[in-house]
Design a binder for this molecule. Sequence first.
Ligand code: IFM
Length: 444
Amino acid sequence: MPVLDAALFRPGFLWGAATSAAQIEGAADTRGPSIWDRFCAEPGRIMDGSNIDVACDHVHRFHEDVQLMRWLGTKAYRFSIAWPRVQPDGRGAWNEAGFAFYDRLIDELVAAGIQPHVTLYHWDLPAALHDDFGGWQSREVVPLFAAYAAEVARRFGSRVKSIATLNEPWCVATLGYETAQFAPGLTSRAAAAQVSHHLLLAHGAAIEAMRQVTRTPLGIVLNHTPAFPAEPTEADRRAARLDDGLNVRWYMDPIFRGSYPADVIEHLGADAPKTEPGDLERIAQPLDFLGVNFYTRSFISTQQPAVPAPGAMGFTDMGWEVYPKALTQHLVRITREYSPPPIFITENGMANPDTVTGGRVHDEARINYLREHLLAVSRAIELGVDVRGYFYWSLLDNFEWNSGYTKRFGLFHVDYATQVRTAKDSAHWYREFIRQHAAVASGS
Ligand code: IFM
């Protein structure tokens, strides 16, 4: 059985952890409302009826949270800026107090020797843009996003190590506008397709605008869930190919090839997005890095009832199959098909029903998940994939969108009643692995 060895990762490989603004910040009274505040207020949308008013209270506890990272030994932190915190209406006046918060956070990280990696859009659209334009359904949001991106890059570009435009546009478009699982909770396939085009266009416009004001590396973060046919039948293969088209190629093709996949356009028919001349050239901006978020695979069965995923390595508390082999295969495949820029695994992790017992959280399942996925990354590197870093999702237990606070992904357990953070066994394991890597890298 292959054994994980820190020496498999070259010196300089970046170890990090990730979060997002809406999921941890709280202090909702000091920013503009987002579509997630609205969504949480609608009965039945969030599993436990919770909201993001307080979350992990990170705005008031960021000093402590940076110290947690310092203890962990992670050299990089991926976080997002809440657009409604720095520009409450998504256009017009900037909120200087909002920028001051991120300014302090960046200072604190740099002082602790932790690289700040910023994401501009992790789903918390200013509610005013939904009220006035229908959110991402409207092309009018594209220049507003580019202006916001340029302002962040102008202020922080010289101090942060990278800026990603969007986090997981597939989730924004499909879960937000087609299946209603996420804000704003709409159910239109045509709207979702149009939204995906506007998101990609906003990404391209933001990259263009930021290149004018910063030299920091710029990229995008995509969630990839590779599709596997359940059985070797033509029907399952075709369904898996379409699933791959909707989740992977719909975003990778325009970004790296300047075109939408023809089979998905055909599948969407009249629901395919309306585009304008020059849009695809604008989307296909050269990038400095690609962020890949990987959690599981899609197991595609056309049979009734569907053939279930085998789950030989188990399922997480989200019900997601643990299947690390798909990560290696997928990284090799996208490298071969798209020749992307350097890759960072910007999210990978698992939800587990963690509890604190005697001051400890015994999350053996997460340690196994982490170990197996790091092994999968190391295999991809051996096979020639240029992976430069790994960010565990998430630093802290946090608001897991429509699951509310019922799912725990963190390396640190959060008691939401007291806001006490407790390092889980997986945090101790990750810390030791990072320490071993540093020792190998320094030759000691
Ligand atoms: O919590 C989310 C994150 O915001 C985006 N990627 C997937 C994570 C787990 O569902």
